[in-house]
Design a protein around this ligand. Structure first.
Ligand code: NAP
Length: 316
């Protein structure tokens, strides 16, 4: 008797589903593909799920679920569900292209801030030839990367190569050429005290939620900049605005927000020292995602271990 063809359920906003159903339709594999909210399916037939932020309680209804694939590097959208089936392997998206694009975003916004590009942008609008020296030289502009993993280490290396003194903060100590490593809560304040540009690349977990807050900002040197490219839940937006308005922080770059899309009436949109981008620092390429999911399903069907499985107890 031939083996039952496995079923992959895609759980995304309906308009987005063709991004993945398109490449899946032309893939030479035996796989049933269903889209949650569009297609009929029986919960007990779902073997695999591809999603980013599934509705809470949905995944626990799939009694034969073998693995869950995240569309993103972060898996907080799954673990926010108190009923997430924690025994099912949760695979996060890890790919060099994603890390490269994240590092590009970080480098670009670091340089825009460091080189005072906004001054030249407004001078051009006024047809003004406004020359100035860099107020702070590169070798005295200290970068601090919160979350020194896949993406943090690549971004850190790129900034180090541009001549910035770079440090990374993580749970465990790291050995990366030319980059200072700070580890654990006990070294957090020392890390902040030596950081002029703070870049958040942490996973969102109960330990890191709200880490960008008034206490953290107060420990940064006056005139520091904060960049959040991780998750909106890391940042206390009210504390950020207060620190900017007091003059303690000189700027902020935000790609992620407590509420997305960022509400039209958010004060962040028009704040003169805030740059807003709509969660686009890096977006997983659908064709690459489909390749990774198919390779993962192949491994699971052959009984082989999966790559990039999240430690659910740790939250990342
Ligand atoms: P990763 O490889 O898992 O790295 C996470 C890093 O954070 C590790 O160095 C880890 O320390 C550290 N960490 C975790 N909890 C900590 C804690 N309580 N205290 C100190 N350090 C802690 O993750 P990644 O692939 O670099 O991705 C990082 C995050 O970027 C994702 O979770 C996602 O939220 C975000 N992201 C955003 C976008 C976007 O478009 N804006 C795109 C992709 C990713 P250890 O090394 O010691 O374990």
């Amino acid at each position: 008797m031939s083996k039952r063809q496995p079923t992959l359920l895609i759980v995304v906003p309906l308009g987005w589903a063709p991004l993945w159903t398109g490449p899946l339709a032309s893939a030479p594999v035996r796989l049933n593909v269903a889209v949650h909210g569009r297609d009929d399916y029986r919960p007990q037939d779902v073997d695999y799920v591809l999603s980013f932020r599934p509705p809470p309680g949905l995944l626990k209804t799939f009694s034969n679920l073998k693995a869950v694939f995240s569309l993103g590097a972060g898996v907080d959208g799954f673990l926010a569900d108190p009923e997430y089936p924690r025994h099912v392997p949760l695979v996060r998206f890890v790919h060099p292209q994603l890390s490269i694009e994240m590092a590009q975003y970080v480098v670009m916004h670091t340089l825009i801030f460091h080189r005072h590009q906004d001054v030249f942008d407004s001078a051009q609008k006024e047809h003004k030839w406004r020359q100035m020296m860099l107020p702070r030289p590169t070798d005295r502009t200290r970068i601090g990367i919160l979350g020194f993993g896949e993406i943090g280490q690549l971004a850190g290396a790129r900034l180090r190569d541009l001549g910035f003194p770079v440090a990374g903060w993580s749970r465990s100590r790291k050995q990366v050429d030319g980059i200072e490593s700070f580890a654990g809560q006990e070294e957090f304040d020392a890390f902040l005290a030596r950081t002029d540009i703070l870049i958040c690349l942490l996973p969102l977990t109960p330990q890191t939620r709200g880490i960008l807050n008034a206490r953290t900002f107060a420990r940064l040197p006056e005139g520091a900049m904060v960049m959040n490219v991780a998750r909106g839940g890391h940042l206390n937006e009210t504390d950020l605005i207060a620190a900017l308005d007091s003059g303690h922080l000189a700027g902020a770059v935000l790609d992620v927000f407590q509420s997305e899309p960022l509400p039209e009436d958010s004060p962040l949109w028009a704040h003169p020292r805030v740059r807003v981008t709509p969660h686009i620092a890096a977006i997983s390429d659908p064709a690459v995602t489909v390749d990774m999911v198919l390779s993962g399903i192949g491994r699971a069907e052959r009984g082989e271990p999966l790559d990039n499985v999240v430690d659910v107890s740790r939250g990342y």
